[in-house]
Design a protein around this ligand. Structure first.
Ligand code: KG4
Ligand code: ZN
Length: 338
């Protein structure tokens, strides 16, 4: 079995070829970072146009790296939910065209489930049942995962996603786009106790939710009091580092505590931490320490499988084996999924 997986949910155009034994034969990720940098965030219209230009060369390159011809493919899988509508449509149209031309089945992939499945790939063996925590630019969500095909939403953010708040605070501090990795770097030389920022719901074990908008406002007020204009960057480097470290620590305290509370409530002893923010080294270390203390097996994909990629679309192998195929009328579902 050879499945071509496509990922175009946001601003990465990615394709991979995966075997039935979950071997990655070829993988390509074309980032659009430089196109969106000057706007300080992803511009949906620019993203879909860039996907349109890149999708065919990216597919060609993935097949070339896998040393296979299109006619050798068994199926095509595509992320059709959730994501930016225009971006999703490009991947879906490409997938459908290939399926028609090659007369092979179409498989739908849920982007959030694929993020969790990256943990299964990293573990090299079964990880289910497990608790899944997806922490990305668009999501901060907890799932009870019985199997790759049965994931139940337990709770998530009621406002901003953790990754989005990283990007917004990075911009506030005058750090380059995309903010997450730059904020992590600045935080390394900062004092995480320099500022006392809020940690929403952290002591309420029954409430499996996150909120980061109040934290964002608190950082803004730490920079300039309410009603006062923000200082013009560049800010003093130590101020940036201290704010970055204190902000990052507040986010991570929420993620670590909620993950452990959810694992306890759901009686799950495996945690899969995934999504772009899980590429952060400090988060990886802190979650590991907490899980060691609670006798929880922690699985985190390597950083390149945390951020968006098509390899995690390997969850399509599970769907293929379960006979879950889609008609060519398949649509995109941009909205936030539960
Ligand atoms: O999973 P992902 O690539 O795309 C979405 O599905 O959203 O996640 C992207 C998010 C961005 O907000 C980015 O700033 C954040 O992940 N991110 C990080 C790091 N690397 C990426 N956040 C904190 N520390 C990092 N090292
Ligand atoms: Zn993602």
């Amino acid at each position: 079995m050879l499945i071509l997986t496509l990922e175009t949910t946001c601003d990465e155009t990615a394709a991979a070829v995966i075997s039935g034994e979950l071997r990655v034969l070829g993988s390509v990720v074309a980032s659009q970072e430089e196109l969106h940098a000057k706007y300080g965030g992803v511009v949906p219209e620019i993203a879909s146009r860039a996907h349109l230009e890149r999708i065919l060369p990216v597919i060609d390159e993935a097949l070339r790296r896998a040393s296979i011809a299109p006619t050798e493919l068994t199926a095509v899988a595509v992320c059709n939910r959730p994501g930016l509508a225009g971006s999703l449509l490009i991947g879906l149209a490409a997938a459908k065209a290939l399926c028609v031309a090659l007369q092979i089945p179409l498989i739908a992939v849920n982007h959030l489930q694929a993020h969790i499945y990256a943990g299964r790939l990293a573990a090299g063996g079964d990880i289910f049942p497990c608790l899944g925590l997806v922490v990305s630019g668009g999501h901060t969500s907890l799932y009870r995962c019985e199997s790759p095909l049965a994931m139940q939403f337990l709770g998530g953010t009621i406002d901003d996603a953790a990754g989005e708040s990283f990007d917004k605070i990075a911009a506030l501090l005058g750090l380059p786009y995309p903010g997450g990795p730059h904020l992590e770097k600045a935080a390394r030389t900062g004092d995480p106790r320099a500022y006392a920022f809020p940690r929403s719901f952290i002591h309420d074990a029954q409430r499996l939710q996150f909120s980061f908008s109040g934290l964002k406002t608190a950082v803004r007020y730490a920079l300039a009091g309410q009603g006062k204009p923000l200082p013009i960057p560049p800010l003093p480097p130590q101020t940036v580092s201290d704010l970055a470290a204190s902000f990052q620590q507040a986010v991570f305290d929420c993620l670590v505590n909620k993950a452990l509370q959810a694992a306890r409530r759901e009686q799950l002893n495996t945690l899969c931490l995934c999504g772009g923010v899980a590429a952060n080294r400090a988060l990886r270390e802190q979650m590991q320490t907490a899980c060691d203390g609670a006798a929880i097996r922690l699985i985190i994909p390597p950083p390149q499988l945390c951020t968006d990629n098509a390899v995690m679309g390997a969850i399509a192998v599970e769907r293929y084996q379960a006979g879950l195929f889609e008609p060519l009328e398949l649509e995109v579902f941009p909205g936030l999924e539960r």
